[in-house]
Design a binder for this molecule. Sequence first.
Ligand code: DGL
Length: 275
Amino acid sequence: MAMPPTIGVFDSGFGGLTVLRALAARLPQAQFAFLGDTARLPYGSKSRRTIARYAAESAQFLVREQGAEFLVIACNTASALALDAIQDAVPVPVLGVIEPGAEAARAASRTGDVLVIATDATVQSHAYAAACQARGLHGIEKACPLLVPLVEEGWTNHPVTAEVIRIYLEELNAEAAAKGLNADTLVLGCTHYPLLRPLIEKAVPAGMRVIDSAEAAAEAAVRLVNGRANGPTGTPAFPPALRCFATDSVDKFERLGSAFLGRPTGKVELVDLGG
Ligand code: DGL
């Protein structure tokens, strides 16, 4: 019997745990290595060059040192700005979250007008606008830079966070209306945002569909892994084997990460990827 595949998953912080959680639920036989590059977070306010370097180093750690056979970039910012750099840096299949997120928006939207909230860097790359356009959708993107720090602070159910979300979405809806668009779908274009989903659901107009790029990416990853894996992949073991690594703040990662993951992260190991 073949060994269960090892899947490497990384993000700048906790956000990627939303992808890991969705993946682990769908691939109970797999082994996971998760890296949160917490020392260098946020990626979303940095340049393409810096994001590409950080993301390539994170990918190489998971492949070279943890033996990952597949890589899921559980970060929209790295997917939008560094997918090519990551693919060049490692010899394994790499999946990003932008294309699955846009594909899920296409399946959900009836009007074809789609709102996207994301980090500054993702919005400036216009990766979602392009992925939407390629599917005949009209995507309007808005940067929401305050949301990642609020999640990293653990303020996922806090009145300040609710107010920040309300203001961002009001501005975005006003912009869409001014352009004569009839948006019916909102894409959470940052893997931190699903942790705010209950607050976001309360703030969107009635009937608007909310798309979680983490869920969409997990579906795509399952197809990739099952398509490549040869025959049975070991005995399903619940819960799937998991090792977590962070480049800083391992205690906080263990505490908040376990809540976000829905199970204990186990001991989070500190790694140094350089500056
Ligand atoms: N979770 C990352 C994303 O999906 C962004 C967090 C950050 O800015 O580092 O874009």
